[in-house]
Design a binder for this molecule. Structure first.
Ligand SMILES: Nc1ncnc2c1ncn2[C@@H]1O[C@H](COP(=O)(O)O)[C@@H](O)[C@H]1OP(=O)(O)O
Ligand SMILES: [Mg+2]
Ligand SMILES: [Mg+2]
Ligand SMILES: [Mg+2]
Length: 355
């Protein structure tokens, strides 16, 4: 591993880019029976499986010794020969498209690199690492925000490299996100990249125009919350209470996926707040690792509601769920205080009338 992670960064960008092109093209062709429902009732589409097959194929060729913690496995898919055939078609199409400058055929990509069904199912299952505190591994969410993807909204292809529980590199591809927030109808599709200690960048899906990303100062009157569309994923009424404590009057921006972290990183919204809606759900490392390094490198802080950093060394999950708060470094403390005050009110420790 080079200390600058320049090779890892390039490979991760190319892998995420190919997966983004795949998911954008599959969306337009997706038909209803190309989606399965997982045991936890969440949806998974041929796009999720094919994107995981593509990214894992590239990672395993470029870094054969690196384990991968991926969201999906191929168990349900293997029981459905029609969906399997579709995933193989989609993954091969994405892997075999022409090489762009910097891509290497040794990564298993480019014309003529057709993979068998067995190769691709096994590539999906190579995301079976369990994570943990020691060593180096990748974590992948091939489509983060599958519900957003299905409704034509925001979703993201998310990849991170974790070394000894620290997130060293994060790449988030957002095929539906406008490149320029002040031109929402303009070009869509951008990739956000952050390397620990080296800053953050945004570039177009083609890799063009890489520009540094730094969270701008936002006057407190103009702050707003970035929150999930799904009311089951984060507690909207809690966010409203925190907004009131902070005298935030702007309505929250609701958006699926880690695109929220990307918007926060470029100042397109001021606070990411995700508090659990019910006991029992544990946040997954692939849902927060790329977003965390992006925010930290763009000048922000990410903690749970106790003010502690997220722990990426516990396995596939972040452990007991204390929520997630992300904001620019200088306002994070203020938001954390407001969250703790709102929690205390909720728990009945403070009489609301006294504050
Ligand atoms: N009860 C829940 N609480 C928090 N996050 C959840 C919950 N159920 C699913 N998720 C995850 O939230 C992520 C999307 O978040 P957002 O609401 O910010 O778009 C998905 O990765 C989804 O996981 P999954 O992929 O397993 O469905
Ligand atoms: Mg996800
Ligand atoms: Mg997913
Ligand atoms: Mg999912």
């Amino acid at each position: 591993m080079s200390t600058s992670l320049s090779i890892e960064k390039q490979v991760a960008i190319f892998a995420v880019r190919r997966a983004c092109l795949l998911t954008s093209s599959v969306f337009n062709k997706l038909v209803k029976n190309e989606t399965l429902t997982k045991e936890d009732k969440s949806p998974v589409t041929v796009g999720d499986y094919a994107a995981q097959a593509v990214v894992n194929t590239i990672l395993k060729r470029a870094f054969p010794h690196d384990p991968i913690v991926g969201e999906e496995d191929a168990d349900d898919l293997k029981r459905d020969p029609i969906l399997t055939k579709r995933v193989v078609e989609l993954a091969n199409e994405a892997l075999q498209s022409d090489l762009v400058l910097g891509e290497m055929p040794e990564w298993g990509i480019g014309p003529g690199q057709e993979k068998s069904t067995e190769d691709l199912l096994s590539a999906i299952d190579q995301g079976n690492h369990l994570g943990g505190h020691n060593g180096r591994f990748w974590t992948l969410d091939p489509i983060d925000g599958t519900k957003g993807f299905l409704r034509g909204g925001q979703y993201a292809v998310c990849l991170a490299l974790i070394v000894d529980a620290n997130v060293k590199l994060g790449v988030i591809g957002c095929p539906n996100l406008p490149c320029n927030p002040s031109d929402p109808d303009g070009e869509k599709g951008c990739i956000f990249v952050a390397v620990h200690g080296q800053g953050a960048q945004q570039m177009s899906l083609s890799g063009a125009n890489p520009t540094p990303v730094v969270i701008p100062e936002i006057p407190s009157g103009s702050l707003n919350f970035l929150e999930s569309v799904e009311a089951a994923h984060s507690d909207h009424s809690f966010n409203e209470r925190v907004s009131n404590i902070l005298s935030i009057s702007r309505t929250p921006t609701r958006m699926d996926s880690q695109a929220k972290y990307c918007c926060l990183a470029r100042g397109d919204g001021g606070v990411y707040l995700r508090m659990p809606t019910k006991a029992g759900y544990k946040e997954k490392i692939w849902d927060h690792a790329p977003g965390t390094v992006l925010i930290e490198e763009a000048g922000g802080t990410v903690t749970d509601s106790r003010g502690l950093p997220l722990n990426f060394g516990l396995g596939k999950t972040l452990g007991e769920n204390y929520g997630v708060i992300a904001a620019r470094r200088d306002i994070h403390g203020k938001v954390l205080d407001a969250v703790q005050q709102a929690k205390a009110i909720e728990e009945g420790e403070i009489d609301q009338a006294k504050i």
